[in-house]
Design a protein around this ligand. Structure first.
Ligand SMILES: Cc1cc2nc3c(=O)[nH]c(=O)nc-3n(C[C@H](O)[C@H](O)[C@H](O)COP(=O)(O)OP(=O)(O)OC[C@H]3O[C@@H](n4cnc5c(N)ncnc54)[C@H](O)[C@@H]3O)c2cc1C
Length: 334
């Protein structure tokens, strides 16, 4: 366990916004986590800092999740169950699976952050969510100071959602996640961008490796790299509306894309709503809206978390005024 003092959170988060944490503790084992939460039960935990907007200095000691490791739990020749330490890098873990012929997570390549944060909001991209391969996870319970397990059912995954964003919010620190991968590959090319990328490469029967490469290429083209432009990916979630409200909107806005969900609700792309309100490419001082992806708010250097939050509020207000739909942040505001 390594403790650092007066850390600039710009160095630990992908928005690269300046804020000070008097104490940051790199937790490398389950015992480290238990030691920290025994002292300060509510100590915040940071993975790769790619889904956090820091608007204030953080007075409490922050745990930086650094529990590493990868172990094969079982292998029946077809399916392989692998347990990852929560501090493992997500993209590297997906790449390791693909390199070892294990399919299931390849559509989630290049999502920044750690394995431990992936179940928090049930990360998803290009037609897949992490729950597709999820088996179980282990947490340290902040109050009982012991390890607990959550099955897939208990995690209650939804769209950018899990029990850890609701009933279990703030109760646990995820220390390990187990996924079931397979050697019997079923590639998912349902997403148009991925399909077009494969077609351009003249790949008609893609392998998991081809899909992985295509997803990486599409993402590199479409999304700003946080190493160069501060951002946290999609700032807002796509709103999910009751069927009647979606039908009413379709009468006024026949061009509005609408995605019917299995439960009868309708998902509307927040990027379309924001774009229609004229925000794409907008700039206000050191912050703005990305010029190729209206869902991504950017920090160009020298801004504050409050600048980003104010811009996000103004965007959400304008969408509400025009469409009567409230868009909610996907990013966690600290
Ligand atoms: C360029 C870019 C593209 C992105 N694309 C996608 C995408 O396609 N799909 C998608 O779903 N997301 C995407 N994201 C968002 C982000 O990468 C994911 O949500 C990722 O899982 C966050 O991981 P992290 O380790 O950085 O979490 P952090 O930002 O460090 O933390 C996020 C939240 O989870 C909590 N947390 C983190 N680790 C733990 C833990 N071990 N135990 C308990 N709580 C924890 C934190 O307290 C915080 O509230 C993108 C972000 C960027 C910058």
């Amino acid at each position: 366990m390594i403790t650092r003092s007066n850390v600039d959170l710009a160095t630990l988060t992908t928005f690269h916004l300046h804020a000070v944490a008097p104490t940051v503790v790199d937790v490398e084992t389950v015992d480290d986590v238990i030691t920290v939460v025994s002292d300060i039960p509510h100590a915040p935990v940071l993975g790769g800092g790619s889904n956090v907007l820091v608007v204030h200095d953080v007075p409490d000691p922050i745990m930086c999740m650094r529990i590493m490791g990868r172990s094969i739990v079982s292998d029946n020749g077809q399916d392989v169950v692998v347990r990852f330490g929560a501090g493992e890098n997500w993209h590297d873990s997906v790449a390791w699976c693909v390199q070892n012929g294990l399919g299931g997570l390849e559509n989630l390549a290049l999502i920044p952050g750690t394995v431990g944060a992936a179940p928090m909001q049930n990360i998803g991209a290009y037609g897949t969510e992490q729950q597709r391969c999820f088996v179980e996870l282990e947490v340290v319970d902040r109050l009982q100071h012991r390890v607990r397990r959550f099955t897939k059912d208990e995690c209650r995954f939804g769209y950018r959602d899990s029990v850890f964003k609701r009933e279990e919010r703030g109760t646990s620190v995820i220390v390990g996640v187990t996924y079931q991968l397979t050697r019997q590959h079923v590639v998912d090319t349902s997403y148009a961008d991925v399909r077009m990328e494969l077609e351009q490469r003249e790949i008609m029967v893609p392998t998991i490796s081809d899909v992985f490469d295509a997803v990486v290429a599409v993402r590199q083209r479409k999304l700003p790299d946080p190493a160069f432009i501060g951002n946290a990916g999609s700032f807002f979630k796509n709103p999910v509306l009751p069927l009647q409200q979606a039908q009413d909107l379709a009468i006024t806005y026949p061009d509005m894309p609408q995605w019917k969900q299995a439960d009868g609700t309708v998902k509307i792309p927040a990027a379309w709503l924001i774009d229609q309100c004229g925000w794409k490419g907008y700039r206000r001082g050191a912050v703005g809206v990305h010029d190729r992806q209206a869902l991504v708010l950017v920090h160009l250097g020298g801004g504050t978390g409050r600048d980003v939050l104010q811009l996000a509020t103004d965007i959400a207000d304008s969408v509400q005024t025009r469409f009567g739909v409230r868009i909610e942040p996907e990013v966690n505001v600290w």
